[in-house]
Design a binder for this molecule. Structure first.
Ligand code: C5P
Length: 223
């Protein structure tokens, strides 16, 4: 049986893509499957944590025992995170692929095809940075982010750790087609202020166990 060493801890995890409405029938989104965030939720539950999983639209099964909150937009995801961490959580993991931009003003009605125009312009504005906002307000004791990069992976991830005020960042190279987005395996590098660790490529479920162990060790060593 698995040690219940996370009993009494509250972990909040975001997963999946966000979906930004253009009008009532159309949206902007991305290919995130939600697999990594869901695997982390399962791994934390298995060790006894109370887990709130705040998820964009995905096609995978909810981990047994998770308190799931289904959201669509980044604004909704941020609001759900803030509500869930009204009392400070122990760990927040931002595994969601949050859309960078949303419509400046989504249309209330379905946009009509204009027979006289071949081109339209959508005006987009930046979404809130969910994890940076939560880190700024210390909504969790330990804040863990992901960094999907295609080049200078470690360097870019390190600067994200600093800029967003995170404790741990998990970097992966999304230019590789054998890992990451939509794949069942992942290969990551875990970065903190003073450590860099690259576990072997592994199934997301196995990697999730190792990442939960790393986070727990980090909490123990920094308290
Ligand atoms: O997209 P980016 O590379 O900045 O993502 C890095 C981290 O920030 C991820 O953990 C992601 O979930 C989080 N993020 C967020 N809100 C955003 C953009 C990214 O929480 N608007």
């Amino acid at each position: 049986s698995i040690k219940q060493d996370l009993a009494g801890q509250h972990w909040v995890i975001t997963a999946g893509p966000t979906m930004e409405a253009i009008d009532p029938v159309r949206y902007i989104s991305n290919h995130s499957s939600g697999k990594m965030g869901y695997a982390l939720a399962s791994a934390a539950i298995a060790r006894g944590a109370r887990v709130t999983l705040i998820s964009g639209p995905v096609q995978i099964a909810t981990p047994a025992g998770a308190n799931i909150i289904a959201v669509k937009s980044a604004d909704d995801m941020l609001a759900a995170c803030e509500r869930s961490m009204n009392t400070q959580a122990d760990v927040f993991i931002g595994a969601a692929a949050v859309a960078d931009f949303k419509m400046k003003a989504a249309n209330d009605q379905k946009m009509k095809k204009q027979s006289d125009t071949d081109e339209i312009t959508l005006t987009l504005v930046k979404n809130p940075d969910i994890i940076a906002t939560l880190a700024k307000h210390k909504r969790a004791k330990t804040i863990v982010g992901f960094a999907a990069e295609t080049q200078n992976v470690i360097e870019y991830a390190k600067s994200k750790l600093e800029r967003k005020g995170l404790d741990i960042i998990i970097a992966n190279d999304v230019s590789r087609t054998d890992i990451g987005f939509n794949q069942d395996e992942n290969q990551v590098t875990v970065i903190t202020q003073d450590k860099t660790w690259s576990p072997d490529k592994a199934a997301k479920s196995e990697l999730a166990n190792q990442l939960v162990e790393f986070i727990q060790q980090h909490i123990k060593s920094s308290s």
